[in-house]
Design a protein around this ligand. Structure first.
Ligand SMILES: NC(=O)c1ccc[n+]([C@@H]2O[C@H](COP(=O)([O-])OP(=O)(O)OC[C@H]3O[C@@H](n4cnc5c(N)ncnc54)[C@H](O)[C@@H]3O)[C@@H](O)[C@H]2O)c1
Length: 362
């Protein structure tokens, strides 16, 4: 890998809903310099030009990749375009930050991870929540043991959302999955998913996922574009304490409950009836959480990993694992909710029927 120096030259691809946030943060980070925007919709290009005078734009991705001032590419286009754009950028020797999910098919995500590793380039999926201060506060509570053994997590991510061709699982679940994998730090062993499809039989607007993690906790994730209001809530239940995280409340996102159930043994119990359950109901604490823009921290991590070789927190193998879980969820949805097992090697196996020779991207 050619050593890079700061500021790193960046091209942002896509200026729809999310791209403008990446453009703004690239321009604000001292380690990065926006060389150009790549966008093919003239209306979006006009928006960009009005807000960002003096920075060029082009719809010719190949020409931008040929520019030696460009060290890295940030891809903020729809999920089904990620693989082709990221592959081109890696082949051109550029570091890549690609929005979530890394790709829409497992074999595509695997190919990108292999290519980046072979070329010693940073490939970072944009799992922004890994840089969110409340998510990191809860990560600290879990890893320090303050919550005790984690029994289960529930997550609801719903709103009257923008209908997208890739489906609600691909759109919203990467956030929950990235947070869960980061917090619990173990692989997902199986997924079952049920859904609700109102408008297009091929695109679920609502899905309910049940995840079983290796050696431990379960998680339930509800994602929907059909809800009366924005819901972004997670509950973490541990043996010592419980946490509620409501991402719609910036000032009070995390509440730690000193609550739970303890089983008290009555002398030498002959049966379960001689155990006594006691309820703990202690303080509710709202910890102080420093304000910071997650996307800015994510871009700082991207720059740092290019400059130092350190693995970013949101790393490519985590992105690949998330694509596998998404594929398992989609396969379970298609199979009427039958659990899909993810083997240690990463292949998907349906309990109902074999998924075929290579249905990892089902
Ligand atoms: N990390 C987050 O919190 C977060 C939040 C929202 C969206 N996203 C992700 O950002 C990505 C983009 O989502 P969005 O809602 O902004 O989509 P969008 O459809 O609003 O915008 C995509 C833009 O990309 C452009 N585009 C598509 N193909 C292109 C190509 N080949 N070359 C140049 N431009 C191209 C389109 O013209 C469009 O303007 C998705 O992967 C989404 O999952 C991430």
């Amino acid at each position: 890998m050619t050593p890079r120096t700061s500021p790193l030259g960046v091209v942002v691809v896509g200026y729809g809903y999310w791209g403008p946030n990446i453009v703004r943060n690239v321009m604000e980070r001292p380690e990065l310099e926006l060389i150009a925007l790549c966008e093919r919709d003239p209306a979006q290009v006009r928006r960009f030009e009005a807000r960002t005078p003096g920075v060029p734009s082009s719809d010719d991705f190949d020409a931008l990749l040929a520019d030696p001032r460009v060290d890295a590419v940030c891809i903020a286009t729809p999920p089904r375009t990620h693989y082709a754009l990221a592959r081109k950028a890696l082949e051109a020797g550029k570091h890549v930050l690609v929005e979530k999910p890394l790709a829409t098919a497992v074999e595509d995500a695997e190919a990108l991870v292999d290519l980046a590793e072979r070329k010693e380039l940073v490939l970072m999926p944009g799992h922004t929540f890994l840089y969110s201060p409340p998510v990191n506060k809860i990560h600290d509570l879990i890893t320090s043991g303050e919550l005790g053994e984690i029994y289960f997590v529930t997550s609801s991510r719903m709103n009257l959302g923008l209908y997208q061709a890739d489906g609600v699982v691909c759109d919203l679940a990467p956030h929950d999955l990235s947070i869960l994998l980061y917090w619990l730090d173990r692989r997902v062993a199986s997924v079952s998913a049920a859904g609700c499809t109102v408008f297009d039989p091929d695109v679920a607007e609502t899905a309910f996922l049940t995840l079983r993690f290796e050696d431990g906790p379960s998680a339930n994730v509800q994602v929907s574009w059909l809800a009366p209001r924005k819901v972004r809530q997670m509950i973490i239940v541990g043996s010592r304490k419980m946490v509620q995280y409501d991402d719609t409340m910036p000032d009070g996102a995390v509440r730690i409950y000193d609550r739970g159930l303890d089983m008290e043994v009555v002398q030498e119990p002959a049966n379960f009836g001689e155990h006594r359950l006691t309820y703990r109901s202690g303080d509710i604490v709202a910890p102080r959480i420093d304000a910071a823009e997650p996307l800015s921290l994510e871009l700082a991590d991207f720059a740092n990993s290019i400059l130092t070789g350190a693995r970013p927190r949101s790393h490519s193998r985590l992105g690949l694992e998330i694509v596998r879980v998404l594929a398992a969820a989609e396969a379970s949805l298609a199979g009427s909710g039958e659990p899909v097992v993810i083997s240690r090697e990463g292949t998907l196996v349906s309990k109902a029927a074999p998924l075929g020779p290579d249905t990892r991207a089902a």
